[in-house]
Design a protein around this ligand. Structure first.
Ligand code: SF4
Ligand code: SF4
Length: 301
């Protein structure tokens, strides 16, 4: 269990250019309330640190890690080496591994530890109109941590954005709003039952949260992760355009699909399956934009 002012972060990416305006540092938290079938960051779904194992990097004949594990989660066979159900992600096996086949994703960060890392590129933020973006996983689930951190960023004039799936009680987000400049809000599928099928949760609370943000005059950018064949049909595009127009949101940013997440699955203790969707070409996106624009929405890619 983390201290209220600590959070499990699995990556801090400097010089990001796809997570809001300008040059940014993006902080990736672990833990999400949704479980989208296409999640690009499957290593972020579970809230705690987790072990990953890359069988391709495992050395034949090496047994360095096996005796180290106090809970017997490491077996002799390279395939299926890790019993993820037993593993506590203690990390004791990571150092003895000579090849980096074993790695723990995510560790606890305190606010005083993270703040200087985020301020390191302040001059680039200032020159480019950038700042810091909190992503994940779902950053709003780390509300108490952010409540301590964000005022310190704002105090020195750093632009703050969050990337959110919107699936939480509004009371978690509300106290943060004065400290956030931009909310990048994912709108995945409008039909609630379909949303539940794809993400394991319906979207009623999500769309209510989006509406509440707009009502309060928060700067919101609606974004749709494009999942070819899952949310790119005419019915969903029309429904998305209608809903966003009703809310007074004039535009939608399309987040292009890539399948790189599928390569991560064998390294994680997950039963998620690849979707086998091919990365679409430019014509596909042109078609999507045309259809959305025909329905009265501006689009960005
Ligand atoms: S992280 Fe810890 S519990 Fe998990 S396999 Fe390694 S030593 Fe065992
Ligand atoms: S220590 Fe690393 S290389 Fe050696 S058996 Fe374990 S996972 Fe494989």
């Amino acid at each position: 269990m983390t201290h209220p002012h600590e959070a499990i972060v699995y990556d801090v990416q400097r010089f990001s250019i796809h997570d809001g305006p300008g040059i940014r540092t993006t902080v990736f938290f672990k833990g999400c309330a949704l479980a989208c079938a296409w999640c690009q960051n499957p290593e972020a779904l579970h809230v705690g640190p987790e072990l990953t194992y890359d069988a391709e990097r495992c050395l034949e004949g090496c047994t360095n890690c096996i005796d180290v594990c106090a809970v017997g989660a490491l077996g002799a066979e390279p395939a299926g080496r890790v019993d993820f159900a037993r593993c506590t992600a203690c990390g004791d096996c990571v150092d003895p591994c000579p090849t980096g086949a074993l790695r723990v994703i995510g560790r606890s960060w305190s606010v005083p530890e993270l703040l200087p890392v985020l301020l390191r590129d302040q001059s680039f933020y200032a020159q480019s109109g950038g700042g810091v973006t909190f992503s994940g996983g779902e950053p709003v689930l780390q509300s108490r941590f952010l409540l301590e951190l964000l005022p310190q960023l704002r105090q020195v004039g750093v632009h703050v954005a969050i990337e959110t799936c919107g699936a939480y009680p509004f009371s978690l987000l509300e106290p943060l709003l004065d400290e956030i400049d931009l909310v990048l809000f994912d709108v995945k599928v409008i039909d609630s039952r379909r949303h539940e099928r794809f993400t394991e949760r319906d979207n009623e609370n999500i769309l209510e949260n989006l509406a509440e943000l707009v009502r309060r005059g928060v700067c919101v950018e609606a974004r749709m992760p494009v999942i070819p064949g899952w949310n790119t049909d005419t019915e969903n595009l029309e429904a998305t355009a209608t809903r966003l127009r009703e809310l007074g949101l004039p535009s939608l940013t399309l987040l292009p699909y890539n399948h790189f997440w599928e390569a991560k699955l064998p390294r994680l203790g997950t039963d998620r399956k690849p979707l086998g969707i091919r990365t679409p070409d430019d014509d596909f996106y042109r078609g999507l934009r045309k259809e959305l624009e025909r329905n009265g929405l501006e689009t960005r890619l």
